[in-house]
Design a protein around this ligand. Structure first.
Ligand SMILES: [Ca+2]
Ligand SMILES: [Ca+2]
Length: 172
């Protein structure tokens, strides 16, 4: 039998199923797409590296992939990106006070908002070891069940990185 003949038998039955409307609605919500291995969340794509670099090189590497180190704009985004990390790992995010100590800024030059801070308890502490040449001016996110999982760390440390970029809008 032809494909058309089969479909003419199947479609009227599918239309009677109670869940068909729900299926088409939820399919309609997913209008964005990411290239592998980037992961989609809402209208953004996220990339977790396997290799490790210091913060400045991580920032530049994200830029070279038409993205930026992740900027946390909402609690939902904080929750999603925290879940992307492998257990017991941490990753650079796009937050630093390298320009002016204590003035935390995102890589998109936005200031850190009071209601979007997810520091671990007693952080940021700008720690400087006795023999250390630097204090802590770059922010890592730790994998964990707690949303409060940021720590300021040495920018020279080699860590995995989380990059973010707009997803492809399939309706555009
Ligand atoms: Ca973001
Ligand atoms: Ca610290």
């Amino acid at each position: 039998e032809s494909e058309e003949a089969l479909l003419s038998l199947i479609i009227p039955r599918l239309e009677k199923l109670p869940f068909s409307l729900e299926v088409s609605q939820s399919a309609g919500e997913s209008n964005y797409s990411c290239e592998e291995p980037w992961r989609l969340f809402k209208d953004k794509c996220y990339f977790l590296s396997e290799d490790k670099m210091n913060w400045n090189r991580s920032r530049d590497n994200c830029t070279s992939m038409h993205s930026h180190l992740v900027v946390i704009d909402s609690q939902e985004e904080q929750n999603f990106t925290s879940g992307v990390l492998p257990p017991n790992d941490r990753a650079w995010i796009g937050l630093t006070d390298q320009e002016e100590k204590g003035r935390w800024r995102w890589v998109n030059n936005k200031a850190l908002q009071e209601n979007q801070k997810y520091w671990q308890p007693n952080q940021p502490d700008n720690f400087k070891g006795k023999d250390s040449l630097e204090a802590e001016h770059c922010v890592v996110m730790y994998k964990g069940t707690n949303l409060q999982n940021w720590n300021d760390a040495y920018c020279s440390a080699n860590r995995t990185r989380l990059c973010e970029r707009p997803a492809v809008d399939l309706n555009a």
